[in-house]
Design a protein around this ligand. Structure first.
Ligand SMILES: [Zn+2]
Ligand SMILES: [Zn+2]
Length: 339
C-alpha cells in the first residue's frame, strides 16, 4: 500500500479512504478523529468523534455537550480497528489530552502528530516518539532561528518583576487552552504560593484541568467590581492571567499600573513584542523549536515526512538534505500558533 492510499489531504482535511475517516477535519464530516482541543483542530458538527477523554471534555466546554452526533473516547496506546485500519492514540505533549494518531494498515504506519512539543509540561503527558514509515509534523516554528529558551528561566523573569514592582499588577496574557494552565503550574513550581487571579474567560477550561487532576493552587477571579469583589488596590503585586485579547481591553486598564506580560513562542520575535506593546515578553511555546522538530524526525525513523501548518519549506528542505523524502501538505484552515 502506498502512503497516499492510507492518508491523503483533501479540502476537509486529512482523509483515510480505507478507514473512511478524517483527522482534525476543518469541515463537518461523518467520522472525525481529533488530535487535541484547540479550536482549529477540534470543530463542532461532525457525525462521530473519536478523541481522548480529555479532548472530548474540552470540546464539550467549548461547543456544548452536543458538539457531535456520537462521541467515543480513545485510550492512549490501545489500538482500535476502523474498517480494517488500525488506529492508536499516543501522547503528544502539546496540551491536556493532546494525542498523535498512528494509522496502520498492512505493514505501513503513518503517524499524524497534530501539534506537539518535547519539553516537560506539568499539565499534560509528555510526547512519546512512535516508530513509523511516514511522520506528519507541524512546522509552526520550523526555522533554524527558533530556539525556545528554558521556560523556567522565563517564569523566573516574571517572578523577579513581581518582586521588583510590588505595587503593580502583573497581567499575563496566555492562550485559554493549555498555555494559561501551564503558566500557572510553572508559577507554582517557581515557588509562588499566593493566589493567582484569572480572567472569567479562563474559568471553565481551568476548572476542567483541575478536574483532571492538574494542581494549580489557590485561584480566584480577577474581579475588580467593588460590588462583588475586592477593590483594585487588592491587585497591587498580584498575578492575573488572562487571554491575550483581554490585554488590550478596557478590562485591563482597571488594574493598578499593570506590567503586561505575554507567554507565547512568538515572543522570541522582537517585532511581535513591539506590535503588541508587551513589556515583559515570556518565550513559552506549546510547539517544538527547530532543534526539537529535527531531532523528533530523526527519532521516529520515518522514511518520509509530510509537513503541515507553518514554515513548511524549510523543514522539507532539511529532510531532503538529510536523505528523507519530504513534502508539504498544504492543508488549510489551521492557525499559526493559537495565541
Ligand atoms: Zn494546538
Ligand atoms: Zn495546530
Amino acid at each position: 500500500m502506498r502512503p497516499q492510499d492510507l492518508l491523503r489531504p483533501e479540502p476537509a482535511g486529512l482523509y483515510c479512504p480505507p478507514g473512511d475517516f478524517y483527522i482534525d477535519p476543518t469541515r463537518p464530516v461523518d467520522k472525525a478523529l481529533i488530535t487535541h482541543g484547540h479550536s482549529d483542530h477540534a470543530r463542532a458538527g461532525h457525525g462521530a468523534v473519536l478523541a481522548t477523554e480529555e479532548t472530548l471534555a474540552i470540546m464539550a466546554v467549548r461547543h456544548g455537550e452536543h458538539f457531535a452526533g456520537t462521541m467515543q473516547a480513545a485510550d492512549l496506546g490501545k489500538p482500535l480497528a476502523i474498517n480494517g485500519v488500525e488506529v492508536t492514540f499516543h501522547p503528544a505533549g502539546h496540551v491536556l489530552g493532546s494525542a498523535q494518531i498512528a494509522v496502520k494498515r498492512d505493514e505501513l504506519t503513518i503517524v499524524a502528530s497534530g501539534d506537539y512539543k518535547r519539553r516537560r509540561d506539568p499539565t499534560c503527558r509528555g510526547f512519546e516518539p512512535v516508530a513509523c514509515n511516514v511522520f506528519i509534523t507541524e512546522a509552526t516554528f520550523a526555522l533554524p532561528v527558533f530556539r525556545h529558551p528554558d521556560d523556567r528561566d522565563e517564569i523566573a523573569r516574571l517572578m523577579a518583576s513581581v518582586r521588583r514592582f510590588p505595587e503593580r499588577a502583573h497581567l499575563v496574557g496566555a492562550y485559554a487552552l493549555g498555555k494559561a494552565q501551564r503558566v500557572m503550574a510553572l508559577i507554582r513550581e517557581a515557588g509562588h504560593a499566593g493566589t493567582i487571579h484569572i480572567h472569567g474567560a479562563l474559568e471553565r477550561l481551568t476548572a476542567l484541568y483541575r478536574d483532571f487532576g492538574v494542581d494549580l493552587g489557590d485561584l480566584a477571579p480577577a474581579t475588580t467590581d467593588k460590588a462583588d469583589g475586592p477593590g483594585i488596590d487588592a491587585f497591587a503585586g498580584a498575578i492575573i492571567v488572562c487571554p491575550p485579547s483581554a490585554m488590550s481591553d478596557r478590562w485591563a486598564r482597571r488594574f493598578p499600573d499593570p506590567v503586561t506580560a505575554f507567554a507565547s513562542g512568538w515572543m522570541g520575535v522582537r517585532q511581535r513584542v513591539r506590535q503588541r506593546g508587551v513589556e515583559l515578553p515570556l518565550v513559552i511555546s506549546d510547539h517544538c523549536d527547530w532543534g526539537e522538530l529535527t531531532e523528533t524526525i530523526g527519532e521516529v525513523g520515518a522514511e518520509e515526512v509530510w509537513v503541515t501548518h507553518g514554515r513548511e519549506e524549510a523543514l522539507v528542505r532539511w529532510c531532503e538534505l538529510n536523505g528523507i523524502r519530504a513534502r508539504p501538505l498544504h492543508l488549510v484552515g489551521y492557525e499559526d500558533e493559537a495565541e
